[in-house]
Structures are given as structure tokens and as C-alpha cells.
Design a protein around this ligand. Structure first.
Ligand code: 5GP
Length: 120
């Protein structure tokens, strides 16, 4: 799948659409999910143009991978969920219902999160 430069998170990165930012550095941007599923629900996105984890893990240079992973851990600590526990989730493709085609990791926390997957 080719990267769509007009996806909603690309537009947030360009400042064309507002977000409730909680963190930004050279590799990543983190902001509140617009439709939170837990008391803490933050999205962390890489600044590079990657469709999903599949694309990122295959094609991103090591410095971007390290920067992104460190940003995710940093944001979780900064949001105060590292001690109580949190879940990270990255959807890729149709079976996962990925909605936005720019890699994003969800950080969920602030309550007991229940089972890992819903039975279908
Ligand atoms: P996915 O299903 O692709 O893993 O998750 C996409 C997430 O992006 C959803 O949780 C959805 O609520 C969130 N989202 C979609 N559009 C926007 C937006 O314009 N701003 C923010 N902050 N979150 C969005």
C-alpha cells in the first residue's frame, strides 16, 4: 500500500489539523486520541511517512526506530501509567481494522484494561 500524504495524521504532523499534543521530538509526535477508549489514550506517531508497523519495521532506518520506540516509553512514563500498567497497540491492515494509514501506537492506561482481544 502506497503512503497517502493526505491521511489525517500526516495533516496533523503538518499542522493543518489541530491535536492535543503531549510530546514531540525529532522522531515522534504524541497526542490524545479524539475518541478515548480508556482514561489514558494517547497516540504516538513517527514523523516519517510509514503506512503501518509492517512498513516501518521493514523500511525505517535504525535511528528512526530507536527514536520512535524510546518516545513511546517516554510518553507512557510522562503520562503516569508506567507504574500502574498500560497496553500498547498498533493495528496493521484490514483484519485489525486499521483506520488511519500512518503508523500509530495506542497507549491505553488508567484502568484495568480487560482481556487482550474480544472474541469474534
Ligand atoms: P486505528 O483503528 O487506525 O488503529 O486507530 C485510529 C485512531 O485514530 C482511532 O482511535 C481514532 O479515534 C483516532 N483518530 C481518528 N481521527 C483522529 C483525529 O482527527 N484526531 C485524533 N486525535 N485522533 C483521531
Amino acid at each position: 500500500m502506497a503512503y497517502d500524504p493526505n491521511n489525517i495524521f500526516a495533516r496533523i504532523l503538518r499542522g493543518e489539523i489541530p491535536c492535543k499534543k503531549v510530546f514531540e521530538d525529532e522522531h515522534a509526535l504524541a497526542f490524545h486520541d479524539i475518541n478515548p477508549q480508556a482514561p489514558t489514550h494517547i497516540l504516538v506517531i513517527p514523523k516519517g511517512a510509514y503506512v503501518s508497523f509492517d512498513d516501518f519495521s521493514a523500511n525505517a532506518p535504525p535511528a528512526e526506530i530507536v527514536g520512535y520506540v524510546r518516545a513511546i516509553g517516554h510518553v507512557a512514563r510522562e503520562q503516569g501509567v508506567a507504574d500502574s500498567g498500560y497496553r500498547i497497540l498498533a493495528n496493521h491492515g484490514a483484519n485489525s481494522h486499521q483506520e488511519v494509514p500512518h503508523l500509530h501506537v495506542h497507549i491505553f492506561g488508567g484502568r484495568r484494561l480487560g482481556p487482550m482481544l474480544v472474541k469474534s
